[in-house]
Design a protein around this ligand. Structure first.
Ligand code: PRX
Length: 628
C-alpha cells in the first residue's frame, strides 16, 4: 500500500468482526452471484421458497427471489417472537424533551399489530400507498412496520419538507390515508406538522383519512369526517393486538421513497419485500457488523433511506436493538449525543459527515465529559467525509479503537455498495472497496476504464438484491435516469464521479450530475430553479453547489428578474424564503446573484459548470457550445 496515512484495525476488532476475510469471498460473490445471494437468503425465513434467485429477462427491471413468498415483517418481528429474542429490547427511543420509551420485540409486535388493525379499519388494502409525515417518534416506526405488515406500501416523507413538496408526493402516490402527528420537538420548539398536512391536502382528490398522533399537545385543526386522533382509534375494539402478517411475493413493493434527480419532479423509487430484506440484513450484519447483542444507533431521520434500511429494517431483521432520538444534536447542549450514548450503552453509531462536522465545531470537551467507551464501531454515510472530520471521529469519538465505516450508497441501491468491512485497513476519505456481489468501475464517457487515480464516472456493472425495482408508475424514467448512459454495457449509472487508487480503493468525489448534496440531503437543481421561477418576479434561474465547511455544499443561485422588478435586499430574502417554502428549509439558497444573462448552450441548456467555474475562479474549460 502507498505511504499515505493508513489506519489498521486492532487485533480485537479483527477477532470480533463477523466477516474475517474479503478477497476470496469477493471473488466468489462476483463469479457466482446467485449462489452467494442464495446463501445470504438462507439467513431469513420464507413462507415459500423462491424458484429463481435472479430473473434478468426484463432488464433493467431485475426481479430477485422470484416465486418466493415472504413479508419483511415476518423476519423483522414475527420470527423473533418464537425465540428468546421476544423478550429483548427491539427499540429504545428518547424524545428531545427527555421522554424515554423502551419496547421489547413482544411489545413492538403489539404496537405494530394495533396500528395495522387501525389501518385496515380505515380501508387500507394490500398494494395501497400510505403516506407517513411524522416527527421521529416511535409511532413513525410503528406506522411503517404496520403498513408493511398488511401488504400496503409506505411512502415516508421527511418532516422537514414543505406542504408543497408533501402535497406533490401524496398526489403522485395517490395516497388514501396519511399518517401524521400534531407536531414534533426540535431545538425546544414545536414543529407544527398537522397544519402542513392540512395545507398539503387542500387540493387533493385522493386522501380520505388522516390519522394524527398526539405528540406535543398543542391546538391543531381537525377536519371532521377526514381526521382521526390515533389515541381515539387505539381505544376502539378494532384496534386488537392480534393481526396476521400478509403473505407477499418477494417481488411485491414494500415502500416508495421519493428522491431528487437531475431533471423534473422527484421520483418514487420502489423497493420490494424479498431483495430488500436479504440486502439490508446482509449489509447490516457484515458491514455495520451488527450482532444481536448490539445497541445500534443510526443518527438519521427514518424518513430517508438510511433510516429505512438501518434504523428500521436492517437492525430489526438481525434481532438487535435500535435506537431513535427525536431532536437536535445540540439541544439543550452540544453533549446531547454523547450523553445518550453513555446512558444507553450504544455500541455502534452511524451518521453523516455533516453531523460530525457540526459536533466537531463545539470542540472535544463536550465529548470528553462522557464515558462513551461502549462504542466499538463508527459509520458514516451521505456525502464524502473530509479527512479532518474522519480523524476527529476516529480519535475523539472512537478513541482510536473503532473502525470508521464510510459507506457509499443511494436511495436507489437500498443498502451499502462501496464500503470498508471492519477488518479493512482504512484511508480517511475513501469508501474503500465494493461490497460482496457488487461489481464497480470508474469509466470515461465512452465506457473505458480510466487509469488509477484518474477521475471518471462511477458505474455498477451487475445487479444486486437491494436495488430498487423501478420508479413508481414510470417505467421509462427508471431506464432513462440510470441505465441509458451506458446502455450498451447494461451498467447502472449512479451519477457520482469517483477515482480508484493503485490499491483498488475507491474515492467518491461527488455528484457529476445536477444533484446537490446539502448537509447530506439530496436536492435537484431543477427543483430549486423551478421553485425560483414560480415567483412572479423571476424570469429565469440557475442553481449550483459550492463547497461549504459545515454542509459539504451550499446552494448558490443566479436569477434574471422580470422587467418590472428591481433588485432589493428585501426581494433577495423573499426569493430565498420562497424556495424554502416550496421545498423545505434545507433548500434555502445561501446566495442569490442577480444577472442579466445566464450561460447556455445553443440548445438552451443552462451551463451550470460555467457558473461554478466562474464562482470558484477556475478555468471554465471547453465553452465551444456556449450560445454567447
Ligand atoms: O453522491 C452520493 C452521496 O449521496 C448520494 C445518494 O444520496 P441519497 O440517495 O440521499 O442516499 C444517501 C444515503 C445512502 C450518492 O449518489 N453519498 C452517499 N454516501 C456517500 C456519498 N458520497 C460519498 N461518500 C459516501 N459515503
Amino acid at each position: 500500500m502507498s505511504a499515505e496515512s493508513i489506519y489498521y484495525p486492532s487485533q480485537e476488532v479483527l477477532d470480533y468482526a463477523t466477516v474475517k476475510e474479503y478477497e476470496n469471498t469477493y471473488k466468489f460473490s462476483i463469479e457466482n452471484p446467485e449462489e452467494f445471494w442464495a446463501e445470504q437468503a438462507k439467513q431469513l425465513e420464507w413462507y415459500e421458497p423462491y424458484e429463481k434467485v435472479l430473473d434478468s429477462s426484463d432488464a433493467p427491471f431485475y426481479r430477485w427471489f422470484v416465486g418466493g413468498k415472504t413479508n419483511i415483517i415476518h423476519n423483522a418481528i414475527d420470527r423473533h417472537l418464537k425465540t428468546s429474542t421476544r423478550n429483548k429490547i427491539a427499540f429504545v427511543w428518547e424524545g428531545e424533551n427527555g421522554d424515554v420509551k423502551v419496547y421489547s420485540y413482544h411489545a413492538l409486535n403489539r404496537e405494530v399489530s394495533i396500528f395495522a388493525n387501525i389501518l385496515k379499519s380505515m380501508g387500507v388494502k394490500r398494494g395501497d400507498v400510505v403516506t407517513i409525515y411524522m416527527p421521529q417518534i416511535p409511532e413513525q416506526i410503528f406506522a411503517m412496520l404496520a403498513t408493511a405488515k398488511i401488504g400496503a406500501i409506505h411512502s415516508v416523507v421527511y418532516a422537514g419538507f414543505s406542504h408543497e413538496a408533501l402535497g406533490e408526493r401524496i398526489k403522485a402516490a395517490k395516497s388514501k390515508v396519511v399518517i401524521t402527528a400534531d407536531g414534533g420537538f426540535r431545538k425546544g420548539k414545536i414543529v407544527n406538522l398537522k397544519s402542513v398536512v392540512n395545507t398539503a391536502l387542500e387540493d387533493n382528490p385522493y386522501t380520505q383519512v388522516v390519522i394524527t398522533v398526539k405528540r406535543t399537545g398543542h391546538e391543531v385543526e381537525m377536519i371532521s369526517g377526514r381526521d382521526y386522533w390515533f389515541h381515539d382509534l387505539k381505544s376502539l375494539p378494532i384496534a386488537s393486538i392480534k393481526c396476521p402478517t400478509e403473505v407477499m411475493s418477494a417481488t411485491d413493493p414494500l415502500f416508495l421513497l421519493y428522491t431528487s434527480g437531475s431533471t423534473g419532479k422527484p421520483k418514487g423509487l420502489v423497493h420490494t419485500h424479498g431483495g430488500y430484506s436479504v440486502y439490508t440484513s446482509t449489509t447490516a450484519r457484515m458491514v455495520l457488523d451488527i450482532k444481536p447483542e448490539d445497541r445500534f444507533w443510526t443518527a438519521a431521520d427514518p424518513g430517508w433511506i438510511t433510516g429505512h434500511s438501518y434504523i428500521v429494517y436492517g437492525t430489526l431483521l438481525i434481532g438487535a436493538t435500535t435506537f431513535l432520538y427525536e431532536g437536535a444534536p445540540n439541544h439543550p447542549y452540544p453533549n446531547r449525543w454523547w450523553q445518550m450514548i453513555e446512558k444507553f450503552g450504544i455500541t455502534i453509531l452511524y451518521t453523516s459527515p455533516t453531523a460530525i462536522r457540526g459536533l466537531m465545531r463545539f470542540g472535544e470537551s463536550w465529548v470528553k465529559r462522557h464515558d462513551i467507551s461502549s462504542l466499538r464501531l463508527l459509520g458514516t454515510v451521505g456525502e464524502p467525509i473530509n479527512p479532518e472530520a474522519w480523524k476527529w471521529y476516529y480519535e475523539v469519538v472512537g478513541n482510536k479503537k473503532c473502525p470508521i465505516i464510510d459507506t457509499w450508497w443511494q436511495t436507489e441501491t437500498g443498502g451499502h455498495m462501496i464500503t470498508p468491512l471492519p477488518i479493512f485497513p482504512l484511508k480517511p476519505g475513501s469508501a474503500t472497496k465494493p461490497f460482496f456481489g457488487i461489481k464497480v468501475g470508474v469509466v470515461d464517457d465512452e465506457g473505458n476504464e480510466v487509469h488509477p487515480n484518474e477521475q471518471g464516472n462511477l458505474v455498477i456493472k451487475s445487479p444486486w438484491p437491494g436495488m430498487a425495482c423501478c420508479v413508481h408508475e414510470d417505467r421509462q424514467r427508471w431506464i432513462d435516469t440510470y441505465w441509458k448512459r451506458f446502455e450498451k454495457f447494461g451498467w447502472y449509472h449512479p451519477g457520482d464521479a469517483a477515482k480508484i487508487d493503485e490499491d483498488g480503493y475507491v474515492w467518491i468525489i461527488g455528484r457529476s450530475d445536477d444533484v446537490i448534496k446539502v448537509s447530506g440531503y439530496r436536492l435537484g437543481t431543477a427543483e430549486i430553479e423551478s421553485a425560483l421561477v414560480s415567483h412572479p418576479g423571476v424570469a429565469e434561474a440557475a442553481a449550483i453547489a459550492l463547497p461549504h465547511d459545515l454542509k459539504g455544499n451550499a446552494i448558490h443561485t443566479y436569477v434574471i428578474l422580470k422587467k418590472d422588478f428591481t433588485i432589493t435586499p428585501d426581494l433577495e430574502n423573499e426569493l430565498k424564503d420562497h424556495v424554502a417554502n416550496a421545498m423545505g428549509p434545507i433548500a434555502r439558497p445561501e446566495s442569490i446573484t442577480f444577472v442579466d444573462i445566464l450561460p447556455k448552450t445553443r440548445s438552451g441548456k443552462i451551463m451550470r459548470r460555467v457558473l461554478k467555474a466562474r464562482a470558484l475562479n477556475l478555468d471554465v474549460g471547453d465553452i465551444s457550445t456556449l450560445e454567447e
